[in-house]
Design a protein around this ligand. Structure first.
Ligand code: NAP
Length: 461
């Protein structure tokens, strides 16, 4: 048995409560927070520092000494120092030989260096066993114990025993280790804390683009057009009327976009006759952000509901209602109840309410706390079957509301179609294609392809 494996064996979890000394290089924010947590968990801690003077900031019970002295006291060393200061470690190469070095460093930019910090550390100290861990945990959360949202610690390394050792410490600290494989994974792990809502970028940029387009479209047709041709000032429409048109339109388009990639994927799989060929990159990325697209759609739908609730108290609406009543009185003529209109109005409201209810249900089931408690089949049932039902109800809600306007020539101001027409293009296309895909002549081969069958097997014997 060589010296290195003895070091590791010595640190393996024991049945007694006595734990082996752990060394931390660097007495900065992270080093101190980690030291504090390790001491709480029963580990003797030594700090390796440029200054051996102890201060009140150093966790009670820890010793501070030179890097060389501290390294000799432990088989595992956490490097709580920024990458740009790693050079001095080469002078300690002999002492660090066979030790487990835990690289916890992060960068300030994604892919800042050609190699990951952990690989760089392994190059600087080739005799050491480098493990990447803890970089996604913040010093503040570690010290204050508020780790509910970030209990996971991503761990990777080439030496299995060294990695196991670090994972044991992670568990003893009350955290959950996630083995990410070899040190090659370090680059990706180092990029995690730098990512800013990666899955939200596309849905948010798309919604911003569509909101801008529809805002100017509605502004032109609802405010500028009546001003130009009738000298009427409807500029106040900007506050409620226009947003209350944009919100449902965007909610429906984005909901359609949640289901469109699934339909496209089905067409591609049917065309190729196999599921074993990768989808184009854009489709893969689109599929990955469907949940975010759905949640943005739900946000628009919720705002639409709120806007709709205030309609009766709007000054313009109250004026229009009283104006109509007064003109009926003046003309001594009561407008009879139009049952068709009453049906249309009640139907579109009912479809909207049911659609919104299912939309909220979809949003709730996409929350990790809920989705973790249902099995895969239940999750698919809700997201696919109930999802399509939501799309049908919301599309019908818009069709019943806007349908009659599509046939009226006066709705085509400046030869432009009514804005609601745009919202129906994607959902209607998705629903039509989905309907066609249900036919057994397409559904059967698609199901077989998804179960692994290939029309022209690539690797046939
Ligand atoms: P910090 O507060 O700036 O501390 C860094 C420590 O490195 C210093 O206290 C110093 O310790 C040592 N150091 C500085 N210059 C040095 C040099 N030229 N040679 C040798 N040692 C030097 O930084 P930190 O926030 O603790 O972060 C440390 C590492 O942890 C970084 O790589 C960071 O990316 C990573 N990290 C930090 C957090 C966090 O929340 N802070 C979270 C995850 C990962 P001595 O004075 O004792 O020598």
């Amino acid at each position: 048995m060589n010296k290195n494996s003895t070091n590791i064996m010595a640190l393996a979890p024991k049945s007694s409560n006595k734990r082996d000394t752990v060394c931390i290089f660097g007495t900065g924010d992270f080093g101190r927070a980690l030291g504090h947590k390790l001491i709480q968990s029963g580990y003797p801690v030594v700090f390796g520092s440029r200054s051996t003077q102890t201060s009140s900031l150093i966790p009670k019970g820890a010793e501070v000494m030179s890097h060389a002295e501290a390294a000799q006291k432990a088989a595992i060393i956490f490097i709580a120092i920024q990458r740009q200061h790693y050079n001095f470690l080469t002078s300690l190469a002999e002492i660090l030989h066979g030790k487990v070095l835990v690289d916890i460093s992060n960068n300030s930019k994604i892919n800042e260096y050609p190699e990951s910090n952990a690989e760089y550390l392994a190059q600087l100290v080739p005799g050491a066993k480098v493990v990447k861990a803890f970089n996604t945990v913040s010093a503040w959360a570690l010290q204050s114990g508020t780790l509910d949202a970030s209990r996971q610690v991503f761990v990777c390394g080439d030496d299995m025993a060294a990695k196991q050792l670090v994972m044991d410490i992670v568990r003893i600290l009350g955290l959950t280790p996630l083995d990410q494989g070899s040190l090659l994974a370090a680059r990706e792990i180092e990029n995690y804390p730098l990512q800013l809502f990666p899955m939200w970028k596309f849905p948010i940029l798309l919604s911003l683009g569509l909101t801008t387009f529809f805002f100017f479209y509605c502004l032109a047709l609802d405010v500028i057009y009546p001003y130009v041709y009738q000298k009427k000032d409807f500029s106040f429409f900007i506050a409620i009327t226009i947003p209350n048109k944009i919100c449902p339109i965007l909610a429906l388009i984005l909901l359609g976009l949640v289901y469109l990639p699934g339909v496209l994927a089905a067409i591609i799989q049917l065309y190729r006759g196999t599921k074993y060929r990768r989808f184009p990159d854009w489709l893969d990325k689109w599929m990955l952000c469907r949940k975010q697209l759905g949640l943005v759609a739900l946000a628009f739908a919720s705002v639409h509901v709120l806007y709709t609730l205030v309609i009766p108290i709007r000054s313009y609406v109250r004026w229009r209602t009283s104006d109509r009543i007064i003109s009926q009185i003046q003309n001594n003529r009561t407008e009879p109840l139009n049952t068709t209109n009453a049906w249309l109005s009640d139907s579109y409201l009912a479809l909207g309410i049911l659609g919104f209810f299912l939309f909220v249900l979809l949003g709730i089931t996409s929350l990790p706390s809920v989705s973790n408690n249902v099995n895969w089949r239940e999750f698919r049932f809700v997201q696919s079957k109930l999802g399509y039902l939501t799309l049908i109800l919301c599309t019908a809600h818009t069709l019943v509301y806007g349908g009659k306007w599509f046939l009226v020539p006066s709705s085509y101001k400046w030869y432009l179609p009514p804005v609601y027409m745009f919202s129906l293009i994607i959902p209607c296309s998705v629903l039509v294609v989905k309907f066609v895909l249900i036919f057994p002549c397409l559904d059967k081969p698609l199901t077989r392809i998804r179960q692994g069958w290939e029309r022209n097997p690539q690797y046939s014997e």
